[in-house]
Design a protein around this ligand. Structure first.
Ligand code: HEM
Ligand code: MTE
Ligand code: MO
Length: 477
């Protein structure tokens, strides 16, 4: 019974839309699951794998590791996948990105070289801790491949001169701490700013934010161990970080944070070598990165090569001439980057993840469920999320989740150290006779900071700090 046709990956890839049929592959076989899509218990998430292999998606959803799931799949088998060997390896070239790691196919890619991608919103809030594979990735340069055996972290600016640590020194000489922290790129939700008036930068949706656990040594423990004391503290103001990723001129990615944040007992700044309980993945800074909880993603330097304790901020482009906010009235002719401070702590943020703008819901449904995330910078805890179905005229308070277990079951973090996001959810009766809903969310943090109601007053030429009420229009049909 070897009568099934053999298909190339190219042929499978073409079947990626309902009109052309939905094909997927699994362990060398090809399946036409077009008729299964509408009855899939996990809803239209199945479409994320259209034209692709199921394995990486099922790795995210262990619910598929069951006999009866494979039985269902087997009914849709239509062919065999042709083995294609060594195709990618053959075209290795002078391309500096040729050694970038493989990435999860669910990611929405904003730019391939350098690699920048976010999770599809609907997947993002399926887990409280974002799986590393779909954690947003923001690289300015090719991923440097670092040999952990020869890796050295240099520290300058301490009384004893330059220090050089191996990965083993970092792991064995200092207590290991684990911190849960959400990272957010300053450009998260930039695409909404771009709709108001064009901005410069990657067109991020709402998912340039993710939550992870990070393990490593406290930066302050390391600096104290190598001689940090009153003598240094009297002069220094900043801690600079340099990555091992470099541009063609040999300039490394760099950033800095205030010394007070780095040395604070409540700052929880980590030299992390693990993410979600495993070695850091290549995209997230293997073997060591800085985690600066509560502070914009850009200061969380990956592939950390050097730390400099200094009177000055980092002189890098990313500290001086980027990642700063300006007035909506400032344009590229008038902007003076020296006039604005570098972004550190981020403002309060929230977004809706389970409803897409322009989508529709069934009139027969009696209620609508809205889900999303909320987070604030500087360790300020999100205390409340308000949700409206009518563009902000009437409001409902959402239920908050602060752990993988759901509900608010985990104890609150100490005041000022709420580094991780909250997920939220609410089910509201569908208003009678409504033809369209304007679903809105806004969060309130522990300082009673809340989000501005629209984008125009916070528009800025670089498209950063976009934290207006998130608004999603949904048709009722
Ligand atoms: C649940 C089949 C592809 C996401 C399920 C279940 C089945 C199934 C039978 C119910 C399992 C149970 O509860 O016992 C399939 C088949 C697929 C496919 C045959 C491929 C053709 C995908 C893909 C994704 C996905 C690609 C995500 C990207 C989910 C989720 C659930 C689920 C999230 C759980 C829904 C819930 O919360 O109850 N799938 N699936 N599935 N599937 Fe799939
Ligand atoms: N560190 C280095 N060395 N190089 C980089 O390009 N990007 C920064 C920061 N650290 C970057 C870096 C930016 S802008 C962000 S938002 C975060 O890393 C993203 O971290 P992630 O890719 O682990 O999500
Ligand atoms: Mo970023």
């Amino acid at each position: 019974t070897n009568s099934l046709p053999v298909y190339s990956q190219e042929e499978v890839t073409k079947h990626c839309a309902v009109e052309k049929g939905i094909w997927v592959t699994y362990k060398g076989s090809v399946y036409d699951v077009t008729d299964f899509v509408a009855i899939h218990p996990g809803g239209d998430k199945i479409l994320l794998a259209a034209g692709k292999a199921l394995e990486p998606f099922w790795a995210l959803y262990a619910v598929h590791e069951q006999e009866h799931v494979l039985e269902i799949l087997s009914k849709y088998k239509v062919g065999i996948l042709r083995a294609e060997v060594g195709k990618k390896e053959d075209i290795k070239s002078a391309d500096p990105y040729s050694t970038d790691p493989a990435r999860h196919p669910a990611l929405r890619v904003n730019s391939l070289k350098p690699f920048n991608a976010e999770s599809p919103p609907a997947i993002l809030t399926d887990s409280y801790i974002t799986p590393s594979a779909i954690f947003f990735k923001r690289n300015h340069l090719p991923v440097p491949r670092v040999d952990p055996k020869t890796y050295r972290l240099k520290i300058e600016g301490l009384p004893g001169g330059t220090v050089s640590l191996s990965l083993d020194d970092l792991k064995s000489h200092f207590p290991k701490h684990t911190v849960m922290a959400t990272l957010q790129c300053a450009g998260n939700r930039r695409s909404e700013m771009d709709k108001v008036k064009q901005v410069k930068g990657l067109n991020w949706g709402i998912a340039a934010i993710s939550n992870g656990t990070w393990s490593g040594a406290y930066l302050r423990d390391v600096l104290y161990h190598y001689g940090f004391g009153p003598e240094v503290a009297a002069k220094a103001r900043h801690v600079q970080f340099e990555g091992l990723d470099m541009d063609v001129t040999g300039t490394a990615y760099g950033a800095s944070i205030p010394l007070s944040k780095a040395m604070s007992e409540e700052g929880d700044v980590l030299l992390a070598y693990e993410m979600n309980g495993e070695d850091l993945p290549a995209d997230h800074g293997f073997p060591v990165r800085v985690i600066v909880p509560g502070v914009v993603g850009a200061r969380n330097v990956k592939w950390l090569g050097k730390i400099v304790i200094s009177e000055e901020e980092s002189q890098s482009h990313w500290q001086q001439n980027d990642y700063k906010g300006f007035s909506p009235g400032t344009d590229w002719d008038t902007v003076d980057f020296k006039s604005a401070p570098a972004i550190q702590e981020l403002p309060v943020q929230s977004a809706i993840t389970n409803l897409a703008d322009g989508s529709s819901i069934d009139r027969d449904m009696e209620e609508v469920t809205v889900k999303g995330y909320a987070w604030s910078g500087g360790g300020r805890e999100v205390m409340r999320v308000d949700v409206s179905l009518d563009g902000g005229k009437t409001w409902h308070v959402a239920k908050l989740q602060n752990s993988e277990e759901g509900e608010t079951s985990a104890p609150s973090p100490p005041f000022g150290r709420a580094w991780a996001w909250k997920l939220w959810e609410i089910t509201v009766p569908l208003p009678d006779g409504a033809e369209e809903l304007e679903v809105v969310c806004k969060a309130v943090d522990s300082s009673y900071n809340t989000q501005p109601d629209s984008v125009p007053p916070i528009w800025n030429l670089r498209g950063v700090l976009c934290n207006a009420w998130h608004r999603v229009r949904v048709k009722v049909i």
